[in-house]
Design a protein around this ligand. Structure first.
Ligand code: DGY
Length: 380
């Protein structure tokens, strides 16, 4: 029987897959249907509770696609396993909402959706950087309130970023894409903090510096900071691209904010809890020249008291990956993960997932986070 708030694709499918939110595009449904799946999709916009997700498993559930707003831990994975669950995919690249160890204990492979969010998320980080530095939100509110009476030499003075220093915390795919955009587009010097050196990024910056020099321009520089604090002191813009785990929760706290330049910009498109949001509110209140651009929040969807009232903070509702191409790509990867895992395909062993978006996708599950732990065969 179809539950209210759920819709069904391919009702005769032999394998049952639940999807806790409707996803954009049509291709992802085709992928699951072609793998013999009956696909049950929750059409409600409300976040499903663990009890509601357990109820959706029912007596039999082979696969599931879940959301970053849901907590997939021991409770859900043991219930999923009991219902016959064999394949889970997060509809996100981030997986701090998933207890990977619990899934692995139950022998359940967990997929995610990397590679299709890189440029889209980096572009939003750039948008937030300039919106904050050039006071876009604040001046738009001023205008819409009918307060613009005349051009003025001192109206909404902001910060010029060209030639200054951009710092990225986390030099993975998205951090690197953002760094390149700021380096190439705005000739900013780069300082990055990451546990591992990003040699490709350093080589790229050196080559780009030589290119600029050959054209009579100042070369950009790139260096890896030994400590986060070193980066915070040096950078005019700091953009966060790290994962959220115990080592990065409240990485940016009151002490670290105090080390930043008083007129610096901080941007977060990773996960909210990397910044102590109450400390950020206090810092932005005390330093009106300091600016923040935030896509993510510590206790989403709630904002820390005072944050929404601050004119020096630009805030958007976790939409950094929200382009049609990216969100449809994420849906394709999540579906290909679940379809591949349910039909016994190996795990894709490369970082480039673009072949899965083409007409002849490889016979593999594109991104399985615990493939090695589960001893899955690899492909590619
Ligand atoms: C992700 O995929 O982790 C993003 O946060 C979604 O926007």
């Amino acid at each position: 029987m179809v539950q209210p708030g759920w819709k069904i694709h391919r009702p005769d499918g032999a394998l049952r897959v639940i999807v806790t939110k409707d996803l954009p595009g049509a291709r992802w449904v085709e992928i699951l249907a072609a793998a013999g799946c009956r696909v049950e999709v929750c059409t409600s916009a409300a976040v499903l509770s663990r009890a509601e997700i357990r109820a959706a498993f029912g007596g039999r559930c082979d696969g599931a696609i879940g959301q970053l707003t849901e907590e997939w831990g021991e409770e859900l994975f043991s219930a999923f396993k009991a219902a016959g669950g064999r394949a889970y995919s997060n509809y996100a690249v981030g997986f701090n909402n998933v207890d990977l160890a619990a899934a692995t204990r139950h022998g359940i492979p967990v997929g995610n959706t990397p590679g299709v969010l890189t440029e889209t998320t980096a572009e939003m980080a750039v948008a937030l950087t300039f919106a904050a530095a050039r006071r876009v939100g604040e001046s738009e509110r001023f205008l819409r309130a009918g307060r613009y009476t005349s051009w003025l030499p001192t109206l909404f003075l902001g910060e010029l970023l060209r030639g200054k220093t951009v710092g990225i915390i986390g030099a993975g795919r998205i951090g690197e894409a953002y760094a390149r955009m700021m380096m190439e587009g705005h000739k900013m010097d780069l300082v990055y903090y990451d546990l591992r050196a990003n040699d490709a990024l350093e080589r790229y910056a050196a080559d780009y510096g030589r290119f600029l020099q050959a054209h009579g321009q100042r070369p950009v520089t790139c260096r890896r900071a030994p400590q986060v604090d070193d980066l915070l002191r040096a950078a005019d813009v700091v953009s966060i691209h790290t994962v959220l785990d115990v080592s990065t929760r409240h990485l940016i706290n009151a002490e670290r904010l105090a080390r930043m330049k008083p007129n610096a910009v901080i941007v977060n498109t990773s996960r909210g809890p990397v910044i102590d949001e109450a400390a950020l509110v206090a810092h932005c209140r005390a330093h009106p020249e300091f600016r923040a651009g935030l896509d993510v929040f510590e206790n989403e969807p709630r904002l820390a008291p005072g944050l929404a009232e601050l004119d020096n903070v630009v805030i958007v509702p976790h939409i950094a990956s929200a382009t049609r191409w990216t969100r449809e790509g994420m849906a394709i990867l999540a579906a290909a993960n679940v379809a591949g895992l349910l039909t016994g395909a190996p795990a894709w062993n490369r970082t480039d997932v673009m072949p899965f978006l083409g007409a002849a996708p490889p016979p593999a599950a594109p991104s399985v986070l615990n493939a090695k732990e589960l001893g899955m065969p690899l492909y590619g």
